[in-house]
Ligand binder design. Structure first.
Ligand code: TYD
Length: 137
């Protein structure tokens, strides 16, 4: 599985840093939704789902956390610890987020609005779906 991690351009000067993200330019899709997680409790693991068609970019804009990505046959763990790093997560990838530092703010840019019907929350169902996708290609 290819892990696509972006290093966004930092506009730094004596005042500090600034990162600007534009859809279809810095971000490889139209941004329809932004959400973020913070105050994540110690030892919490969240996510535990895949998406049928949603694409996302995860940016830990403060603090750090880890992301487990699983395509059904391979797993990768990615650390996010810089506010200018973005992890691309395509559809059909099971993800879990964990090891949040107490000050972590994990921001997500998403290619679509919140749609419960796009979620796959059952791991066995996820494995079945990726196998079917493989069989059809
Ligand atoms: P949840 O899907 O459990 O978060 P994760 O799986 O990423 O850990 O979402 C937590 C709650 O927030 C749940 O009640 C649904 C709601 N929610 C929205 O209303 N809009 C959104 O865009 C997201 C991601 C969640």
């Amino acid at each position: 599985m290819q892990v696509i991690k972006y290093a966004f351009q930092q506009h730094g000067d004596s005042r500090g840093q600034l990162v600007a993200l534009e859809e279809n330019k810095d971000i490889p899709f139209e941004i329809k939704r932004v959400y973020y997680m913070y105050d994540t409790g110690e030892g919490v693991r969240r996510g535990f789902h895949a998406h049928k068609s949603l694409e996302q970019i995860l940016i830990c804009i403060h603090g750090s956390c880890k992301i487990l990505m699983d395509n059904g046959s391979e797993k990768k763990i990615v650390s996010l610890e810089k506010p200018y790093e973005g992890l691309y997560i395509n559809n059909n990838i099971w993800r879990e987020m964990y090891d949040f530092s107490p000050d972590a703010v994990l921001m997500v840019l998403a290619s679509d609005f919140y749609k419960e019907e796009d979620y796959i929350r059952d791991y066995d169902e996820f494995l079945k779906l990726v196998q079917e996708t493989k069989d059809n290609n």
